[in-house]
Design a protein around this ligand. Sequence first.
Ligand SMILES: Cc1cc2nc3c(=O)[nH]c(=O)nc-3n(C[C@H](O)[C@H](O)[C@H](O)COP(=O)(O)OP(=O)(O)OC[C@H]3O[C@@H](n4cnc5c(N)ncnc54)[C@H](O)[C@@H]3O)c2cc1C
Length: 388
Amino acid sequence: MAKGPRKPSRTQLREQLLASAAATVLPEAVDVCVCGGGAAGIVAAICAAEAGASTVVLERDLACGRPILATGNGRCNLTNLDVRAGIFNNPVFAEKVLGPGSFAAKDVLDFFDACGLATGFESEDDSRIYPLSDQASSVREVLLARAERAGVMMACAREVTDICAGTVTFTELFSGRTGKLAATSVVLACRDGFVPAGLEAKPFSPALCPLACEGLPFEQLDGRRSDARVTLLRDGQAVAQERGEVLFRSYGLSGIVIFNFSRIALPGDTLLLDLAPLVNEESFASMVEAAGSARGVIDPAIVEVLGDVKRVSCTVVGKAQTEHAQVRQGGLLTAQFDPATLMARELPGVFAAGEVLDIDAPCGGYNLTWAWKSGMVAGAAAAAFAKA
Ligand SMILES: Cc1cc2nc3c(=O)[nH]c(=O)nc-3n(C[C@H](O)[C@H](O)[C@H](O)COP(=O)(O)OP(=O)(O)OC[C@H]3O[C@@H](n4cnc5c(N)ncnc54)[C@H](O)[C@@H]3O)c2cc1C
């Protein structure tokens, strides 16, 4: 049988991408320079270019849109029909940008519809939306194709180090040289990149990650999963409660509920777990009596280690696996930006979009909704500023 062409090795692919980045020749000046070619940056660049602005994306990585590939476990939970401003850390500012109610989700879906992406719900009773292909790569590829059609220049392997008086300074990762690009408008979309002079930021900290905990034999439970109602207690008072799957790890707890709690939990807080949330106390007691333990209600391996599964508690030590955290809390203080345009009030021509701003939300497609929608607002406004 004839063999197809061999796939390039990682090293070959890296060299190809570096060579292609080096072959991209930048103009001296541009209407809009977008710093960071992730979710928010690509959408901002598309909107700017489609509004008639010459647009360059400066991206540190060897290719644009790579962060999208890891989202939703490789499936990309791109939005949620139930986007409420209250879900964000800064609801007033978020609502001014996103619009009321489900407007943001509609805008996101219209945008991706125009990109040629088919989308659908996770399940009938779920408001989370995924590409029908179930592949995050579909989302990235339709975005890159639309950006190319719009005439966006993607300049990869260039790390932005400064923006000042309409000039963006960057380091070429393929040559080590410093480059400069004059831009009438600059959109900051580099997530946890640098903070330009003249703007203030709340320190970045990772969130949507597991929690390191103590007080349970976690080593013995490692890898076990259970449905749970989890209550976060501080000084004996309930601070939050959510139901969902928890995953026991040797260092503590993981799972979406725990990820969400990682945005607010502090060392010393207590996590109270009801591992049989769908069985009321009375039925639970009679089942335990009938079976001799809770082994008929939840995973017997968990029952063997914990005994009681209705009221299990442990103490939060801190965040864990932060290198894989899904969001960064903190970022550029939103009060410095006009929510109608996302332009910095004191730095005309400087815009921001995505996580570089101090906006974050729990799991469920909300963070990407923010990235896409803030990218649309900043990109269109950056083009209008440059063309005015
Ligand atoms: C594993 C994982 C799964 C996730 N799953 C989901 C999900 O299913 N749904 C959801 O809503 N959210 C999800 N998120 C969160 C979501 O991916 C982010 O909120 C979103 O990508 C933020 O978009 P952004 O454009 O601000 O940042 P990014 O998409 O991270 O893009 C920032 C870009 O800027 C570049 N950059 C950084 N510094 C510089 C610099 N100095 N110069 C040039 N370029 C620079 C980076 O290389 C990167 O390409 C997930 C996150 C992770 C990590």
